[in-house]
Design a protein around this ligand. Structure first.
Ligand SMILES: NC(=O)c1ccc[n+]([C@@H]2O[C@H](COP(=O)([O-])OP(=O)(O)OC[C@H]3O[C@@H](n4cnc5c(N)ncnc54)[C@H](O)[C@@H]3O)[C@@H](O)[C@H]2O)c1
Ligand SMILES: O=C(O)[C@H](O)COP(=O)(O)O
Length: 533
């Protein structure tokens, strides 16, 4: 299949080059919005964005053929990941391509801020000369507080240590080993605010980080602190910044990012403050970073479109496992088993347990997604895939229990689905022989061997002579050929289970004479796709 990708933001030309090298058709069309964007996006399998294009639910809905949204950069707050996940659209980013540039930009902002460089530049360019007004402060021997000791926070640490700064950090998810390795003291947030001469934030904007510094907690700040934000607008409460400076809590602020970009008129007003220095979201804007993220996103998206690799994917957590050769045979088995289980289940069944034993158990996460894909495909009109299967399961209130055992008593690998609702069928187990020979091996305690493809009639009957003849006669009368047959029973003369594969899809009308047969009950007609090549 050939793929088409649309580049929507100002992404480096290496993106197009890499797509073309990979045989992906690529079109560049910047600054589309509204109806124009909805119309244009329809035929594409992938879109590439930076932070400008807002990939909203409406955009995703308009993208009828969309499989991947690629972010040439880190932050995905402009992409509605939940809506993408629901639609089975993969979202991926390039988590480290712009780390160095943003760390360098942050260091530049720290020095520019404390040495009043932007204001002094303005003065001189305006034909002025004022050496006293722009008296600065050294960073030497001062304390730099870092909120978020992730990729950028760590790189800023290493660079500013060379300026002889003492680094402290607050990051509830950072390990003590990581902090020790970096020579950083991990402290609580209040201590960081109260002891830092400079504070720089390197976290996403979340409920926890939003408004981390504001007038409300001004008393916690070390007097005369410098604030730097090259992460996301809103971590410092923008409207409070002028007052924080004017009342002496804060000595100056450096901002690269804003709650609205470009800023609103009100925000521009705030940014006029002489002690606030600003750049227009330039952290990642270097040739080197842009080349890296452009190449990375194109290669990642091409890999994902070809289902070779899913590096950088942010939703559908198990999808990256699907490229693992070891898991591949079980994926189709799980999907087929899900499909057969729901066809055997009573209406409104919503409680299932999935049991994995043997070598497949270590892949239980992705196999559950695959079972759900098979199971939900019969219920949900939208296309269900490994990315959105759990979303639909939750939406439909399915109650799933998962158990694993490293060994199976009977087969190398066994996947079992138990239906919790009362119904004619309660338990179904399957395995795979070799790479593609999928078999049901047990139903409700009856040992049986049934290939998992095509059209199957399944029923329970009294174990006595003539039962099979009745069924084959009813089929023959309608010129329906039997392809294969499988019988299972627990004890002679009691109950038995029979599965008959037929050579054609059957209609309700054709099934009716079979439902009417005496001593045959729980008759179910199951249709499964053929094994994939
Ligand atoms: N200005 C730019 O152009 C630019 C460029 C790249 C990245 N960014 C932004 O910089 C930020 C950091 O990027 P990164 O690549 O270092 O991300 P990262 O995921 O490597 O690091 C984020 C760190 O924040 C920590 N964290 C999360 N919540 C926290 C909280 N409540 N308190 C303290 N720490 C918390 C995490 O544990 C993690 O260590 C992101 O918001 C990203 O979007 C901006
Ligand atoms: O999250 C990011 O990667 C940065 O904020 C950079 O955004 P940009 O690609 O729009 O410059």
């Amino acid at each position: 299949m050939s793929f088409k990708v649309l580049i929507l933001d100002n992404v480096n030309e290496r993106c197009e080059e890499v797509f073309k090298e990979r045989g992906v058709e690529v079109v560049r069309n910047h600054d589309l919005s509204g109806q124009e964007l909805y119309d244009e996006i329809k035929s594409y399998h992938g879109i590439v964005v930076r932070s400008s294009t807002k990939v909203t639910e409406e955009v995703l809905e308009a993208g009828e053929n969309l499989k991947i949204v690629g972010r040439a950069g880190v932050g995905v707050d402009n992409i509605d990941i939940e809506a993408a996940t629901k639609r089975g659209i993969l979202v991926m980013n390039t988590p480290n391509g712009n780390t160095i540039s943003t760390a360098e930009h942050t260091c530049g902002m720290i020095l520019a801020l404390t040495h009043n460089i932007p204001q002094a530049v303005d003065k001189v360019k305006g034909g002025g000369w004022d050496r006293k007004k722009y008296m600065g402060n050294e960073v030497y021997n001062k304390t730099l507080g870092i909120v978020g000791l992730g990729k950028i926070g760590s790189e800023v640490t290493q660079r500013m240590q060379h300026f002889n700064m003492n680094i402290k950090a607050y990051d509830p998810f950072a390990s003590v080993e990581q902090a020790e390795r970096l020579g950083v003291e991990l402290v609580e947030l209040d201590e960081l605010l109260g002891t830092s001469d400079f504070l720089t934030v390197h976290t996403p904007l979340t409920e926890k980080t939003k408004g981390m510094v504001s007038m409300e907690n001004a008393d916690k700040l070390k007097k005369g602190i410098f604030l730097i934000n090259c992460a996301r607008g809103g971590i410092y409460k923008e409207e409070d910044l002028p007052a924080l400076i004017d009342e002496g809590y804060v000595a100056g602020v450096a901002l690269d990012v804003y709650t609205t970009e470009p800023p609103t008129d009100e925000l521009y007003e705030i940014l006029q403050h002489p002690k606030i220095i600003t750049t227009p979201h330039l952290g990642a804007s270097t040739d080197e970073a842009q080349e890296k993220v452009a190449e990375q996103i194109a290669a990642q998206m091409a890999d994902a479109l070809e289902k070779k690799d899913f590096e950088g994917s942010l939703n559908g957590k198990s999808i990256s496992l699907t490229t693992n050769k070891e898991v591949q045979p079980y994926l189709e088995l799980a999907q087929k088993l899900g499909s057969i289980a729901i066809q055997l289940a009573p209406e409104h069944a919503n409680e299932f347990s999935f049991e994995y034993s043997g070598a497949c158990a270590k892949f239980s996460d992705v196999l559950t997604d695959s079972i759900l894909k098979g199971l939900l495909s019969h219920h949900v009109s939208e296309a269900v895939n490994l990315i959105n299967a759990r979303h639909y399961a939750e939406e439909r209130g399915l109650n799933i229990r998962e158990t694993t055992a490293s060994q199976s008593e009977t087969f190398n690998d066994l996947i079992t689905i138990r239906l919790k609702e009362d119904g004619e069928y309660q338990k179904i187990s399957a395995t795979v022989f070799g790479e593609k020979d999928y078999r049901i091996v047990e139903i409700d305690g009856f040992g049986i061997e049934l290939g998992l493809e095509g059209d199957i009639l399944m029923y329970k009957n009294v174990d006595k002579p003539g039962m099979l003849a009745k069924v084959s006669y009813a089929l023959a009368k309608q010129e329906i050929n039997i392809a294969s047959l499988s019988l299972g029973r627990t004890m002679k003369g009691t109950n038995a289970i029979t599965a008959v594969s037929v050579d054609k899809k059957m209609t309700e009308e054709e099934l009716q004479p079979l439902y009417d047969l005496e001593d045959i009950h729980a008759l179910q007609y199951i249709s499964l796709p053929s094994n994939q090549d």
